[in-house]
Design a protein around this ligand. Sequence first.
Ligand SMILES: C[S@@+](CC[C@H](N)C(=O)[O-])C[C@H]1O[C@@H](n2cnc3c(N)ncnc32)[C@H](O)[C@@H]1O
Length: 197
Amino acid sequence: MKLAEARKDQYRKLAHEQGYRSRAAFKLKELNHSYRIIGPGFYVLDLGCAPGGWTQIAVKLAGNQGKVMGVDLSYVEEIPGAYIIRESISDEHVADDILGYFRRKVNAVICDLSPQVSGNWSVDHAQQVSLNYDCTKIMDKVLARKGNAVFKIFDGEFSLEFKEYVKKKFVRVGITKPKASRQQSSELYYVCLGFNG
Ligand SMILES: C[S@@+](CC[C@H](N)C(=O)[O-])C[C@H]1O[C@@H](n2cnc3c(N)ncnc32)[C@H](O)[C@@H]1O
């Protein structure tokens, strides 16, 4: 078994042992350890949340005083401490639903979206980046000044343009690949701190 495969298995096993719905949970855990995207008492919006690994981590990090909401096209089994809606993040009215739930702006928006991959890399990359632009439309309406965000990005020809786009909105943008992310996958995470509002 190759090292990357062994690592993938190791995170899957850990997720199972620790009761997380996905290996992805460890990506957010690691990102938060390095960048403190979410802190206690934070209001957190999780876009593309199914099956719910990130949501579970967000609930833990935000604690009793925090509030977490997830949005996904797919059904997500209930997660104690989180409110989940089944919607497309590309729907115009979703931002209103989000503000209706939180009743104020949120402190962090976390986006781990993937389209249904077709196998045609250029198409999948373009669609994934387009989903991230849709997330920024919601983010612009719901993220509080000085808030944080994270975006998964399928790295490719449109990544740089997206990076420049978010750079204008935040004090600091870091690009990283957590250990729990498969080495051979093209995904990167853009961690954005200090929303200009
Ligand atoms: C990699 S999964 C997210 C994993 C999640 N962060 C976790 O830890 O369990 C990507 C998700 O994006 C969702 N997605 C894709 N397009 C979407 C859209 N337009 N609106 C809402 N969710 C979408 C998919 O349904 C899928 O569940």
